[in-house]
Design a protein around this ligand. Structure first.
Ligand SMILES: *[C@@H]1O[C@H](CO)[C@@H](O)[C@H](O)[C@H]1NC(C)=O
Ligand SMILES: *[C@@H]1O[C@H](CO)[C@@H](O)[C@H](O)[C@H]1NC(C)=O
Ligand SMILES: *[C@@H]1O[C@H](CO)[C@@H](O)[C@H](O)[C@H]1NC(C)=O
Ligand SMILES: [Ca+2]
Ligand SMILES: [Ca+2]
Length: 261
């Protein structure tokens, strides 16, 4: 026959299993030696079971309030559902993070494309502007050479009037930047004004630059400022590489205009 004490112990451990984490007070009946008759023990057991039932009910109420059913199998189901829900939540979280990262990467790509687009539009406008310049000066009948259009005049004028002719057409008197351009302008085979003028003790080009910082092609013994009145530059000994001369601005000369593209 099963020992009543052992059964009480089983009940008690059942309570502790069900009551895990719960703050319940369980009254365990005292079993005295004098009442050690079988009916008394059964009566005590019944009271103990009733107490257990009451405790169990309390537990169930508490568990259902907290969303879970307090019997081992439904608790198990509840835990595994909770675990499943947790796994889904964390998978969902990582998807959200991954989508967020994809979104920022896409935003970066979009802004990169936007600035590339803006750069292309800018480039297109520059090219369109250059094309317009090409069409315009080609229509004027000017000669193209290494990035500039040139006009070789067919009449003569003083330095300022020559310059005015060029600026009225969006250009200026030629600025001779290098040996190529020097050779090219010598092809005029005429004495011709260039965009060079005396500025105090310096010579300057019409683009504002100082001749001292550039190649120069003065003819031998020039500039000599003859009569202290030679303040403008001209192509003079055009058959020589060293061909420039200084001359008075009021001289009537041919001239050369340049429009940089
Ligand atoms: C305890 O509860 C069970 C079912 O929940 C019931 O069968 C049993 O009679 C109850 N015992 C007592 C002593 O209340
Ligand atoms: C300029 O022309 C001369 C010949 O007159 C030639 O020797 C020289 O190489 C040319 N310079 C350039 C840069 O073409
Ligand atoms: C000075 O330059 C002029 C050209 O501008 C030239 O005719 C003249 O012979 C030169 N004078 C001297 C002394 O070199
Ligand atoms: Ca030039
Ligand atoms: Ca001179």
């Amino acid at each position: 026959m099963t020992s009543p004490r052992w059964m009480i112990l089983v009940c008690f451990s059942l309570i502790s299993v069900f009551g895990t984490g719960e703050s319940l007070t369980i009254i365990v009946p005292e079993i005295s030696n004098e009442q050690n008759s079988l009916p008394a023990i059964i009566a005590q057991m019944s009271r103990a079971i009733a107490d257990l039932n009451a405790s169990h009910k309390k537990l169930l109420v508490q568990q259902s309030r907290s969303g879970c059913n307090c019997n081992p199998s439904s608790l198990q189901a509840c835990y595994s559902q909770r675990n499943l829900a947790n796994r889904r939540l964390s998978s969902c979280n990582s998807q959200v993070r991954s989508l967020g990262a994809q979104r920022s990467s896409l935003l970066r790509q979009v802004s990169g494309l936007r600035s590339q687009y803006a750069a292309v539009v800018k480039q297109r406008d520059v090219l369109q502007g250059q094309l317009n310049v090409f069409v315009r000066y080609q229509n004027y009948g000017w000669k193209y050479y290494r990035g500039s259009f040139y006009y070789f005049s067919t009449s003569k004028a003083n330095w300022q009037a020559s310059r005015n002719y060029c600026t009225a057409r969006g250009a200026d008197l030629v600025v001779i930047n290098d040996a190529f351009e020097n050779n090219f302008t010598r092809e005029v085979k005429r004495i011709a004004w260039i965009g060079l003028y005396r500025s105090g003790s310096n010579w300057r080009w019409v683009d504002g630059s100082y001749l001292s910082s550039r190649a120069s092609y003065w003819a031998p013994k020039e500039p000599n400022n003859s009569g202290n009145r030679e303040d403008r530059g001209e192509i003079w000994l055009y058959n020589n590489i060293e061909n420039w001369n200084d001359a008075p601005w009021a001289d009537a000369n041919y001239w050369i205009c340049e429009k940089k593209v």
